[in-house]
Design a protein around this ligand. Structure first.
Ligand code: TYM
Length: 332
């Protein structure tokens, strides 16, 4: 059976980008594959270096994983820092990751542009740690959104380089995975680009938002003054809302509003109301379960303890083999 590995950083509440890009696929995959899903708390240290609030955000992600339907009987659910072997592998793999290729990562370049005064080495080697998360369990399928495609390419580069260097056929190639025909990019509400916390709360619909909050955010989403003639091209902000509707509404509903837009008869108020209601319905089960699971500390602890044990066993086996391959043998 193929092995699946993926994670989400613990930087706060999960939004619809995390859900449709990653988590919804996690839930489906656990019935078909050997799955490892973790909370990437070490990766969050690259941008949130102080531990303030870290425990709370890790807990948030676990609760939302479980609320979305991850099942600890089917998947290994764990916190990245509970498996220190990942950090050891990261050390070894860093020796064969080159400055030039790390600097070419678009995610790194974006981070440098956004905060030029906090370019730490962890940020630069983010893709190496991500590769280690996957390689340590010999993952081959990685459910992620479109923005992670380049990181998967780098994972293959690092794994293949290790194999060549030590003349082994040890690490397998892994690929970004989605059930749809192409990797997902969920747009935000601020008119441009993908949904992301770094664009502010108004850009994101969180899984834990109340129904009222969803309605308010959608009603305030950026649009324009409306089409002035028939078959006008949609500006990015409006196209983004149509893209969101494509994800949460039926094809008939999308078609209905698309026809109105093309006839220059669309009323954005009606369009947004429909979008908000469909979004609320699409996420209502998860929202209800977040509140339920949030009360259950004992269950959360049990899930993470079991997950840590299973993930450690898998990682320890790999690291024993990796040390052998590298030639780190004991002299006593
Ligand atoms: P993070 O926390 O930034 O994102 C978690 C997942 O959510 C997806 N995602 C989106 N998908 C579609 N549209 C969006 N607007 C959107 N925003 C976020 C991301 O593609 C991702 O799948 N580097 C990873 C965390 C990680 C990881 C790994 C993933 C660390 N190690 C190993 C897979 C395997 C990340 O992007 O986290």
């Amino acid at each position: 059976m193929e092995t699946v590995v993926s994670g989400i950083r613990s930087t706060g509440k999960l939004h619809l980008g995390n859900y449709y890009g990653a988590l919804k696929n996690f839930v489906k995959m656990q019935d078909e594959y050997n799955c490892f899903f973790f909370i990437a708390d070490l990766h969050s240290l690259t941008t949130h270096p102080t531990p303030h609030g870290l425990k709370e955000t890790v807990r948030n992600v676990v609760v939302e994983y479980l609320a979305a339907g991850l099942d600890p009987e089917k998947s290994t659910i764990y916190v990245q820092s509970d498996v220190p072997e990942v950090a050891e592998l990261y050390l070894y793999m860093n020796m064969n990751a080159y400055l030039g290729e790390l600097e070419r990562s678009t995610a790194f370049k974006d981070k440098v542009r956004a905060s030029p005064n906090n370019v730490n080495a962890g940020l630069l080697t983010y893709p190496v740690l991500m590769a280690c998360d996957i390689l340590i369990h010999h993952g081959t399928k990685v459910p992620v959104g479109k923005d992670q495609e380049q990181h998967l390419e780098m994972t293959r580069t690092f794994g293949n380089r290790f194999n060549r260097l030590y003349e082994v056929d040890y690490f397998k190639e892994s690929f970004a995975f989605t059930y749809s025909d192409k990797l997902i990019k969920i747009p935000g509400l601020s008119g441009q680009g993908k949904m992301g916390k770094s664009n502010g709360d108004a850009d994101c619909i969180y899984l834990s938002d109340t129904e009222e909050a969803v309605r308010k955010k959608i009603m305030r989403a950026v649009t324009d003054a409306g089409p002035t003639q028939e078959n006008q091209e949609k500006p990015e902000a409006v196209q983004n809302l149509f893209d969101l509707m494509n994800v949460v509404s039926t094809p008939d509903t999308v078609q209905h509003f698309d026809n109105l837009y093309n006839k220059a008869e669309i009323r954005y108020g009606d369009f947004k109301k429909q979008l908000a209601e469909d979004m609320i319905i699409a996420t209502s089960d998860v929202r209800a379960r977040i509140n339920e699971i949030n009360q259950d500390d004992a269950y959360i602890a049990k899930v993470l303890k079991l997950g840590a044990e299973k993930a450690q066993a898998s990682a320890q086996k790999t690291m024993k083999e990796v040390r052998e391959i590298i030639g780190l043998k004991k002299l006593y």
